[in-house]
Design a protein around this ligand. Structure first.
Ligand SMILES: *Cc1c(COP(=O)(O)O)cnc(C)c1O
Length: 397
């Protein structure tokens, strides 16, 4: 590195440091879920997205090992060259079924699925309407697409409608939203989005990363959650994107869509075309994960009752700003410094709860993001909330 580059890099790091925004990796050893080991200590993990505890589930790890034994460690090429296998197609059929769509297609990650979908479906002259709190991969997908991206205030459908009214002329229009917002834990108003899309001739794309496996009678996600109440149908949503790396306990992204959309993506979506196919191990793990969420699912039942317990315990202490319909419970603290402080005190008491700071959330809204999983015990939930109150942690303080 030349002198200038060093100065640039060091300068940027010290700037982040002075803002309490410099981040560093911590070496965490996964133990039996929800336990992890960090610096030789056992901690109860309240930060992971492994909502059903499947990453450590014997059936899932065995699914991965069996697939490796049969097909090796790598797919060795992209799907179109020679990387496609029966496991990919079996998994995609199961995902399409879970989502109530004709077809599904897997990607190297949820991040690259979002980049690929947005950049291959809209372009210059088109418009994307995107919720202000959408995931970073959606923001980057909008940029990569070179379509005009129009941001509406979080979950504010009146604002979205104003923006849609202002946008006339040719070009495709796509509305994109997280199903469950990753740092808020709240739900998108799906029936409202669907009806605006119908009125203004737009298509809808949902990111079901935190909803798949968590919401809906079969773990199908937000669409199924509303479908259960007769308020939505999968046909109304063009693209249902998701990830295998959260509740399903594995790795990789996917989209559920029509069969012709899948064919289009296979031909046009660059992150699909130019990346090596998912390896056997993650496919085997994901297939086993899907089996475990099939009703009646013990892990989903555990998660549901833990979500309820977390919501009621937090609410009792005035800490709940979440409606508790998802596994994500933010505790807003405001400054970066405060969030770091509370996170450190929880660490001292044996809990891993990450402080979430900009750029993951807007400035001034640093927070703890508590996630509850199927593997937590009632006592662990009660002890965490007890510690929060002992630390004197109050929402907004
Ligand atoms: C985690 C996440 C992604 C990215 O998925 P990966 O499979 O981890 O790359 C995309 N969207 C949302 C909302 C997420 O939370």
């Amino acid at each position: 590195m030349s002198q200038d580059w060093n100065q640039f890099v060091e300068g940027e790091l010290s700037r982040l440091e002075s803002l309490d925004r410099r981040r560093a990796l911590r070496r965490i050893f996964a133990r039996e879920s929800p336990l992890v080991e960090f610096r030789g200590r056992r901690l109860v993990n309240f930060s992971s997205n492994d909502y059903l505890g499947l990453s450590q589930h014997a059936a899932v790890t065995e699914g991965a090992t069996r697939a490796i034994a049969r097909a090796g460690a790598s797919a060795s090429s992209s799907r179109l060259i020679c990387g496609n296998s029966d496991l990919h197609e079996e998994l995609e059929a199961a995902l399409a079924d879970l989502k109530g769509k004709e077809a599904a297609l897997t990607f190297a990650s949820g991040f690259s699925a979002n980049l690929g979908l947005l950049s291959s479906l809209v372009g210059p002259g088109d418009h994307i309407f995107s919720d202000a709190l959408n995931h970073g991969s959606i923001v980057d997908g909008c940029r990569l697409s070179r379509a005009a991206s129009v941001v509406f205030r979080h979950n504010d459908l009146d604002h979205l409608e104003e923006l849609l009214k202002d946008c006339s002329g040719p070009g495709r229009r796509l509305v994109v939203s997280d199903s469950v917002f990753s740092m808020e834990g709240d739900l998108a108003d799906l029936p409202g989005l669907v009806s605006l899309c119908r009125r203004y001739d737009c298509r809808l794309m949902l990111d079901e990363a935190h909803a798949t496996g968590v919401l809906g009678s079969r773990g199908g996600g937000l669409v199924e959650h509303f479908q259960d109440g007769g308020k939505a149908r999968p046909e109304e949503i063009e693209l249902l994107m998701g990830t295998l790396s959260k509740a399903l306990g594995s790795f990789g992204g996917f989209v559920a869509c029509s069969a012709s959309m899948r064919d289009y993506l296979i031909n046009r979506c660059r992150p699909f075309i130019f990346a090596t196919a998912l390896p056997p191990a993650v496919l085997g793990a994901a297939l086993a994960g899907l089996e475990l969420i099939r009703p009646p699912s013990k892990v989903r039942e555990n998660l549901r009752s833990n979500m309820q317990r977390m919501r009621s315990r937090l609410a009792r202490h005035g800490l709940g700003c979440s409606q508790g319909r998802t596994s994500i419970f933010p505790v807003l603290l405001g400054s970066e410094e405060r969030a770091l402080q509370v996170s450190q005190r929880l660490l001292d008491r044996g809990f891993l709860v990450a402080a979430i700071r900009p750029p993951s959330v807007p400035p001034g809204t640093s927070r703890l993001r508590i996630t509850v999983t199927a593997s937590h015990s009632e006592a662990q939930i009660d002890e965490l909330v007890g510690s929060l109150t002992e630390i004197g942690c109050q929402a907004g303080s």
